[in-house]
Write a protein that binds this ligand. Structure first.
Ligand SMILES: [Zn+2]
Length: 484
């Protein structure tokens, strides 16, 4: 059910023990492995799989193959299985770690982690329909390509044979070069004709597979985030009223007094107007654009003050839509950046692929970039709250994820700068060649220039990473002694 209404399913399964969630997780992973097995068997089948007896025969052959692998080197076989299991278990725990701030409430940090782990394990179920659906389409596409190829009768030209004792700078050599050139042109012509005769679902099958992969990936990600971030209905905890500036315990202090520790009026910490929520949260009041803009600018320019507006103890998911809007923007910027870089590489003599291919492959890279940005935002939130946890034992996860999300415009800016740096570094290729010579890096061969280019790009990215984490820490500092 997790893939139809993730939030409701998550709420209904919160009572499941961690051990049982783990068992469910393992069973679901085994089902996924079964799927790859089916694909493997089907891919290895020599006859079309719809013919009677084709699947059992292929399956038999597969089992024999596995058994012979096992007999050949049992230790390696078992080690490989254990390694695969350890990798999958590690991946689950790692994801739960990243999901921790999404599941967190006003509680101890270890409870937030347990909740994230339980929901990540149970949420594996979202992978199943996506994986099965994807594989079904994959099978249909690959089968139709095979069928089409069986009916195709393209005449491919033969490669000219090189004459014996061929030497450079002889008339025979020039004649041979000319023959090869003619052959190339013939192949190109035959290939264009071959492409033209293909039905669209064969011609664009790679594109279709890539689009399916991106859709399935996005959908799984969405279900998982909805699943882990569903409201857990935690009862409110009792906290002593604190001064929001310095954390002084204000129990028994009147509202019209000042904090005895830092002198800030108590009203600012405990009054009705303290912690109004972010402008994005109050967008019905300000309007969507103003709410978005004020949040983006406020978090970036006045991080600590912005942090004092966050609802850090009561549950809110408004930040998710703000983050999503920024990730959409980031996807477009990354797409443009990758496309520009690929075009610049082509300009510098890389073989040009078909523009459609370029468009989709850069789109794929851009979606990977977006996923990395989301992962970094979660990681920054987790790392910051772990830092505060070590300092004073508090659980600031609900505040740090909001800080990371409202600072997402910085991630967009980072993407733009990273793309611009990459483009500049590619366009200035010859300057980097000279630099490598000046620095005496030539002895390291052809890759010296590339390494230098990569180093410059990396430094820019590391600077942005450091700035982003610093800003997340700053916003969180403003929410450290939050009363609500
Ligand atoms: Zn104070």
């Amino acid at each position: 059910m997790a893939w139809i209404c993730p939030a409701t399913t998550a709420r209904r399964t919160d009572h499941v023990s961690l051990a049982r969630a783990f068992v469910v997780h393992v069973v679901l992973l085994l089902l996924l492995l079964l799927l790859t097995l089916v694909l493997d068997v089907w891919g290895g089948a020599r006859v079309p799989f719809w013919q009677a007896g084709a699947i059992p025969a292929a399956f038999d052959r597969y089992v024999t193959l596995l058994m012979s692998d096992f007999k050949a080197s049992p230790v390696e076989f078992v080690l490989m299985l254990v390694g695969l299991g350890a990798f999958l278990a590690g991946a689950g725990v790692g994801l739960a770690f990243l999901a921790m701030p999404w599941a967190a409430g006003d509680e101890r940090m270890v409870s937030s982690f347990r909740a994230a782990l339980r929901r990540t394990w149970l949420g594996t179920s979202a992978l199943l329909p996506a994986a099965w659906g994807f594989c079904l389409v994959l099978m249909i596409l690959v089968t139709s390509r095979m069928q089409w190829q069986a009916t195709d009768n393209t005449q491919w030209p033969d490669h000219p044979e090189a004459p014996a004792n061929l030497r450079v700078n002889t008339p025979e050599f020039d004649a041979y070069v000319h023959e090869v050139e003619v052959y190339r042109q013939e192949v190109d012509r035959a290939f264009a004709e071959y492409r033209r005769r293909q039905p669209w679902y064969v011609r664009y099958d790679e594109l279709l597979i890539l689009m399916m992969l991106m859709t399935a990936g996005t959908w799984v990600l969405w279900v998982w985030l909805r699943f882990v971030s569903a409201d857990r209905g935690l009862p409110p905890r009792d906290h002593p009223p604190l001064c929001e500036m310095c954390g002084y315990n204000l129990t028994g202090t009147e509202l019209d007094r000042i904090c005895p520790e830092c002198g800030v009026p108590v009203r600012e910490s405990l009054g009705p107007n303290a912690r109004p929520g972010t402008p994005w949260e109050r967008r019905t009041e300000f309007g969507i654009w103003a709410g978005w803009w004020r949040s983006a600018v406020g978090a970036a320019l006045r991080p600590r003050e912005f942090g004092r507006h966050l609802h850090a103890r009561s549950r809110t998911l408004h930040f998710a839509s703000f983050l999503a809007s920024n990730l959409a923007l980031l996807l477009l910027c990354a797409w443009g950046g990758w496309f520009a870089c690929a075009a610049a590489m082509t300009w510098h003599g890389w073989p040009l692929v078909d523009y459609l291919d370029l468009f989709t492959s850069t789109g794929f890279l851009a979606s990977i970039t977006t996923m990395i940005a989301l992962g970094l935002a979660c990681l920054a939130a987790v790392a910051t709250s772990l830092g505060y946890r070590l300092r004073d034992g508090s659980n600031l996860l609900p505040a740090t994820i909001q800080a990371a999300a409202y600072l997402a415009p910085l991630l967009v800016l980072w993407t733009v700068f990273s793309g611009a740096t990459a483009l500049a570094v590619i366009l200035l290729g010859s300057a980097f060649d000279d630099l490598a010579t000046i620095l005496g890096l030539r002895q390291y061969g052809f890759f010296a220039t590339q390494l230098l280019q990569f180093a410059v790009w990396l430094v820019v990215n590391l600077l942005f990473l450091a700035a982003y984490v610093r800003w997340v820490v700053c916003v969180t500092a403003g929410a450290r002694y939050a009363n609500r």
